[in-house]
Design a protein around this ligand. Structure first.
Ligand code: GLA
Length: 412
């Protein structure tokens, strides 16, 4: 059997999932493949196309969250390994077992599996980690005959990232991977966990031709790679948003509510933003303006207005730079290059913005030209980083895709 677990993009709704905001997402036709056969017993044996070694564990071994092995900070948590672990890349399989066990699932059947990601795309802000987590969850569930809904798997993957690995991220990544449908934009309220698929207009109503063929998704890589779990910047921003929420909730007499920005009314932010420290005011500004961009983006998508959709993406990218202050110099340069590239409708960094790539929506017939432009211009600005890209893709032209699934081949 093979699990197909695609990478995701988030055109609008960046950095607000952890505050219960509303996000938009899609999957792309790149991702993780996990081929596996169920074992006769509890043995799990895994090999990887990207990483060395063989991970061997038992599916009924009790897994403890990573922080139980470390003492200080996220980096140390990630570096200290559980006692019998030989290969760090096995953490996501262990995390998936931890998540399933902690919700009372009885796992008896292991797997022998081989996992492989699209070449050069790991740690690029496309959520390869959630794609890996989801892939293991689906494989273990399938081998053990468990029927699990996408909503339950969203929660299981949250347990892998938040509890097992200690990253305080939201549920955007796994929701996109588990809920997306080809051609639609996935709209998700991260507080209520309610989602909706936004269909583009039908061909008859769309004067500009078939919507799905009108655009391509461009991924432009910066050459910077780092797993998010090893960067303290992500959790720091989450804490700043919570601090802003706490102060605003106190100001409106709602201090008993959980300190997340989705619990703060936009009018409360408007009335009290002057009491926030400048950095906290910027984080909240990003939250409230990004929520609005998502709502406008949904309308633009539903009416087939790619131009407006693109402009909102670019505005979202700017707010990430100016208000959320999470971009690094090479990614900001890449964003600026993409803005000048032929046919680009909108662009922003993908994922947390500390490394990885920028995504862009580009007119389909100009995608090749745009890709060449970006490669040339970026290598003038960052020759050193661009030279690292020779081992992987510098720019990729992709299409939208579907949700994660298990493909089984039964011969009769
Ligand atoms: C990472 C996190 C997500 C989300 C994005 C930014 O991908 O895992 O939860 O916060 O960054 O939008």
């Amino acid at each position: 059997m093979v699990v197909v677990s695609p990478y995701r993009i988030c055109p609008l709704g960046a950095h607000i999932d952890h505050q219960g905001g509303t996000v938009s997402a899609m999957t792309i036709n790149k991702g993780i493949l996990l081929g596996f056969v169920p074992s006769d017993d509890t043995q799990v044996t895994l090999q990887s196309g990207q990483f060395e070694g063989e991970v061997r564990l038992r599916i009924d071994e009790v897994q403890l969250p990573k922080h139980m092995y470390g003492t200080n900070g996220l980096t140390e948590q990630m570096d200290s390994s559980p006692p019998q672990e030989e290969w760090k890349w096995g953490n996501y399989a262990r995390g998936a077992i931890y998540a399933l066990q902690s919700k009372g699932n009885h796992l008896k059947t292991g797997i022998t599996g081989f996992i492989c990601g699209s070449e050069g795309l790991d740690s690029s802000g496309l959520s390869s980690s959630a794609a890996v987590g989801v892939a293991y969850l689906l494989a273990f569930e399938s081998a053990n005959g468990l029927v699990v809904s996408p909503t339950e798997n969203i929660e299981y993957d949250r347990l892998i990232e938040n509890e097992y690995l200690g990253l305080k991220n939201g549920i955007l990544d796994q929701s996109a991977i588990l809920l997306s449908s080809y051609g639609c934009l996935t709209f998700m309220n991260c507080k209520t966990i309610k989602h909706k698929l936004i269909h583009p207009p039908t061909v008859e109503n769309n004067h500009e031709g078939e919507f799905g063929n009108a655009y391509k998704i461009l991924l432009a890589f910066s050459g910077l790679k780092q797993a998010l779990t090893t960067n303290p910047g992500y959790n720091r921003r989450v804490a700043e948003c919570q601090e802003a929420a706490k102060i605003l909730l106190q100001a409106s007499g709602d201090e008993e509510m959980e300190p997340i920005l989705s619990n703060v009314k936009p009018e409360v932010f408007e009335a009290h933003k002057s009491i926030l420290e400048p950095n906290l005011a910027k984080r909240a500004e990003h939250y409230f303006s990004e929520n609005e961009r998502v709502m406008k983006g949904i309308e633009a998508w539903a009416s087939g207005n790619l131009r407006e959709f693109g402009e909102l993406i670019t505005a979202s990218g700017l707010s990430s730079i100016q208000n959320y202050e999470c971009g690094c110099e090479p990614l900001i340069q890449l964003y600026q290059v993409l803005l000048k590239a032929p046919g680009v409708l909108g662009t922003r960094f993908s994922g947390a913005g500390f490394r990885g790539c920028c995504i862009a929506f580009v007119e389909a017939d100009k995608a090749e030209e745009a890709a060449t432009f970006v490669v040339d211009e970026y290598s003038k600005l960052q020759p050193e980083l661009a030279s690292h890209l020779n081992q992987g893709p510098a720019v990729l032209i992709c299409d939208a895709s579907d949700s994660a699934r298990v493909i089984s081949n039964t011969f009769s």
